[in-house]
Design a protein around this ligand. Sequence first.
Ligand code: HEC
Length: 467
Amino acid sequence: MLCLRRAGFVSGLVVLSAVPLGAQEYYGDIRPVIEERCLGCHAEGGIAFSMEDAEEAYERHRDITRMVAGRRMPPWLAETGHQQYEGDLSLDDETVVLFRGWADSGFPKGKVTPTSSGPTSPSPTFVPDISVEIMPGMAYQPDQDRVDDYRCFVVDWPGESHGYVTGFRTVPGNDRVAHHTVVYAASPEVSAEFHALTEGEEGLGYQCFGGALPDRLGRRAEREAYEAQHPDGVRELNRNNFWLAHWAPGMFGQSFPEGTGIPMAPGSALVVQMHYYSAEAPGESDEGTVLEFTTAAEVQRPAFHFAQTNNRWLNGEGNGSMVIPAGEQATYAVTETLGDWVGYVAAVTEVPEDEIGALEIHSANLHMHAIGHSGRIYLTDRNGRRETLLSVPRWDLAWQRDFTFVEPKVFSAEDLERTQLTVECVFENPGSATVFGGFGSDEEMCFNFSYIAVQRGEKAAEGTNRR
Ligand code: HEC
């Protein structure tokens, strides 16, 4: 498995004194939580073993309590206590304490009561207007030699005129193997090139653990061969694709924050990274997976996913900028001033620089690879005060996602010069070889992706005009 399991973390639980009195029982106390918070994934035909049958699920009481007490299930990487996030899957401290109390009293079952709800149904408010099949008429069988298979498919963006993506979901063809989707948009300049990259590997698409680019370009010899034909090509591919949207099980349709959307040019391509996980369904294929988008011709506040990293790290072996020696822990961080991004923001959102009144930061999203250990994304305001946007105490590649704030962070144009954003990644190298920064699956990355929207208007007053 790519995600390193770290035993011992379970002991890091906050112990609260307010343990409710009286023994907790399965049917009375635990089962309702499982139905509400676990069945979205743990159901027949879901991505993990089913807990729909109450008696069968009870048999797993030890595993269930271990995962809940260690805050490893439901899967939610963000540490609590920093921000309020939309769609937070994590259980509150009281619920965790409830499970521990149940374990302490020996897992009593209590009086059998009929089970009620099933998994939540798709959001009725999400009505897509663009649908794209990722492998029309074909099927892909995930690589059976890997627990996790990251495969990219390249399809054309069907929009014929300029517009904005305002929401997204994946409808998996086979939700027993589809673990998550990240959709990257490749701008028209490189869309043909991304299509051509799918020719280079057997079977549909290409292997792409590290993002939108094929893993093979992370290998020195192949990168050099590629760049001999396309000078500076890897950087160009990288610069011209951006994180558009993502999906993970349990997300039935996500609308971007009201009034915002990501500009899409006709002629763009979608690079669809599917993370397949075959353990629950060996030998099964994916067929008929569809991406669904809501779009708008215009939006009030154009937005984009900002990818924050130190570009030098992507050539960590060549320039020594990211080196994680065998058996060691290493921390890498990059801090940037929001004001330095204004030119870029203007280019990607198509809002002229002098019309940018304020930036709204809506989310944070940490990205590392296999030996990522933990990480943090924080803001430093004009008075030097730090605010943690996202803290991930135990990194797990399988569960990365946007963590969207209930309240966006708003900075007026005047404050951008004095506001900084930092992403800090801690790596732990358990192997016997040095790991460098790079694009390959055995190399490392440290990224933050933030969804940022632009408020138009000169000198918008700070903290006003939020929505
Ligand atoms: C968003 C989807 C999702 C939700 C919600 C979820 N799980 Fe899971 N769970 C998984 C997946 C997928 C696995 C398979 C292993 C993995 O990928 O980590 C899993 C594995 C497990 C395991 C086995 C882990 C092991 O290594 O032994 C247990 C136990 C578990 N989940 C309990 C729960 C409980 C209890 C809840 C609710 C409180 C819950 N899960 C909610 C997706 C989910």
